[in-house]
Design a protein around this ligand. Structure first.
Ligand code: DX5
Ligand code: ZN
Length: 218
């Protein structure tokens, strides 16, 4: 299984100090920063888009922005997110009819491509062709739309199914993940760990990051 990558979700950060919050996480041991882009269509909420990501990438040199695109038309934002400095563009399979072409478009703009599945979408929606084209698979462990929700353990078997099919692929989990729930995620085979509330809400984010990393790498 690939090594652990910790991607704190800035949705739980102080948006008024976003660049400082990102720097604090990198100093605390985070490899990536998880940027939740919501458009008010695919999910009810609106968060941030390319203009804000562009400020963050300028303000935090070397940042790896793991962009989770909870948007209705993922084809539409590839260029803007690439121009804003996005490193990974992860779209929802539920939002597109042509995932392979979208992955190719993302690669053409120099970003890594991720494919996300919501709680009600089976792992088989990610065909071999899609997974082989993608760099990362994201199994949501909450319904996309907001931070601070309860971890849905029933989604974890999908991680194990995908890990069995794709031993070398980055597999991300997102939603309600923290020190209490990392064990089952790591056992199932996820190596890219998103955590918002559990990291930003902690007294010592660096110790939570270290715990998550150590559990995956154990
Ligand atoms: C949910 C987002 C998640 C969320 C995670 O729609 O995709 O990234 O911010 O936050 P926690 O870790 O608080 O569940
Ligand atoms: Zn997310």
């Amino acid at each position: 299984m690939p090594r652990a990558i910790i991607s704190p979700s800035v949705l739980a950060s102080d948006f008024g100090n976003l660049t400082a919050e990102c720097k604090r996480m990198i100093k605390g041991g985070a490899e990536w920063l998880h940027m939740d882009v919501m458009d008010g269509h695919f999910v009810p909420n609106i968060t941030m888009g390319a203009p804000i990501l562009s400020c963050v990438s300028k303000g935090v040199p070397g940042i790896f922005m793991d962009c989770h695109m909870m948007v209705a038309e993922p084809e539409k934002w590839v260029n803007d997110i690439a121009d804003a400095g996005g490193a990974l563009y992860c779209f929802h399979i539920e939002a597109t009819n042509d995932p392979v072409s979208l992955i190719n478009a993302i690669h053409e703009r120099g970003m890594k491509a991720g494919v996300a599945i919501s709680p009600d979408t089976p792992s088989t929606a990610i065909t071999d062709e899609i997974a082989n084209a993608a760099d990362m698979l994201l199994v949501m462990t909450v319904y996309p739309g907001r931070g601070g929700q309860k971890f849905l353990e029933r989604c974890v078997p999908k991680v194990a199914e995908l890990r069995a099919r794709f031993p070398d692929k980055d597999i991300e989990v997102d939603g309600g993940v923290g020190p209490k729930t990392i064990g089952v995620c790591a056992d199932a085979g996820s190596n890219v760990i998103v955590a918002g509330t559990a990291i930003f809400g902690a007294e010592s984010p660096e110790s939570v990051i270290a715990t998550l990393k150590a559990t995956v790498n154990a």
